[in-house]
Design a protein around this ligand. Structure first.
Ligand code: HEC
Length: 94
């Protein structure tokens, strides 16, 4: 019984770590990390600061995806719209 609980926890940990890595990979692949970092300001603001400044704002995710895809105020990104959605969701959850 105890072994099952331990195995379950280990699996949950793996799933969580897996999804975080998937988004880091996606951000790297999409070129975001050339200008952004999670914790520190580079060319663009830290992802954690972006998350803080948009916290609790309704529609922030949709607006940010639109901003990224438009490539006007924000530099043009090479992510697909689906990837941009996943990335914005990942950033706002920080
Ligand atoms: C060429 C550099 C560059 C690249 C590449 C880049 N960014 Fe940015 N990003 C910036 C700068 C500069 C800002 C701050 C100005 C602004 O808000 O547009 C910013 C701001 C942002 C914001 C906050 C916008 C707001 O209105 O608060 C988000 C979200 C964001 N970037 C996501 C991404 C994602 C996701 C990628 C990859 C698909 C990416 N960025 C790639 C330079 C870049």
């Amino acid at each position: 019984m105890k072994a099952i609980v331990v195995a379950g926890l280990a699996l949950a940990g793996l799933v969580l770590a897996g999804s975080a890595n998937a988004s880091t990979e996606l951000a790297k692949k999409s070129g975001c990390l050339n200008c952004h970092a999670v914790d520190t300001k580079k060319v663009g603001p830290a992802f954690k600061d972006i998350a803080t400044s948009h916290k609790g704002k309704a529609g922030a995710d949709t607006a940010l995806v639109a901003k990224l895809m438009a490539g006007k105020e924000h530099p043009k990104v090479k992510a697909s719209e689906d990837d941009a959605k996943a990335l914005v969701k990942w950033i706002l959850a920080m």
